[in-house]
Design a protein around this ligand. Structure first.
Ligand code: HPA
Length: 234
């Protein structure tokens, strides 16, 4: 069996999965953190791996960038491969003064400027949210850090947004802008699965500061460790 975008057999993918946007990050996580790894997907180079972390069976799958790309992978993982819990790990642009480069954001909710949910809800504005137990476990796992925020993010259609949308997000206290969490949460809600997004602030939308490559690597380690702890304990 396989789906249009995932070439795995049923049972090849664990019920608990990490979802980085970048497929090479999926490979790096499998190589660095997991044991007994098998690669189950290379379709479109969107790599997916299953193995163990601290003895527990887990998978890691790239999703690509943007709501449509993530929605393809998440729908197939939930519908065809029985995934129950999914944690996105990614980067975001900081929006507020307090969301500094290198900070970690646990996304309690994810707004969007996309029309993608309204098609389902006949213009009702559904508020997509994280699974509370995964969020709580991620918060517990990151308690020792001083730079963790819990709050709302926004999954925007544009990376290069020349409109005033960002200002309106800031007015609402939204912590960061990224491009995927909203659909992870929305599809999980419709399929009654559990989801969370953990994000590192890689650049700041207002000050235009950005992260050095060494800091990027360090922050990725921190985020992956929080995500695995949440996946196992949440
Ligand atoms: N906007 C959207 N997605 C992002 C950003 C941003 O500024 N930074 C990292 N991912």
């Amino acid at each position: 069996m396989s789906t249009p975008h995932i070439s795995a057999n049923k049972g090849d993918i664990a019920e608990r999965i990490l979802l980085p946007g970048d497929p090479l990050r999926a490979k790096w996580i499998a190589d660095t953190y997991m044991e007994n790894v098998t690669q189950y997907n290379a379709v479109r180079n969107m790599f997916g791996y299953t193995g163990t972390y601290k003895g527990e069976r887990v998978s890691v799958q790239g999703t690509g960038m943007g709501l449509p790309s993530l929605s393809i992978y998440v729908t197939e993982l939930f519908n065809d491969y029985g995934v129950q819990s999914a944690i996105r790990i990614g980067t975001c642009g900081g929006l507020l003064e307090k969301t500094k480069i290198g900070d970690v954001i646990l996304a309690m909710t994810a707004s969007t400027d996309s029309n993608i949910n309204r098609r389902f809800t006949n213009n009702l504005d559904f508020a997509p949210h994280a699974d509370f137990k995964l969020l709580l476990a991620a918060h517990e796992a990151s308690k020792h850090l001083s730079n963790v925020h819990v709050g709302g993010v926004a999954s925007m259609d544009y990376f290069y947004d020349e409109s005033d949308a960002i200002q309106r997000l800031i007015q609402h206290g939204v912590l960061g802008a990224e491009m995927e969490a909203n659909q992870l949460y929305s599809i999980a809600a419709r399929k009654q699965r559990r989801a969370l997004a953990i994000l590192t602030v890689s650049d700041h939308v207002i000050t235009h500061e950005s992260m050095s490559s060494t800091d990027r690597e360090k922050s990725l380690n921190t985020m992956v460790e929080i995500a695995f702890a949440a996946l196992l304990n949440g």
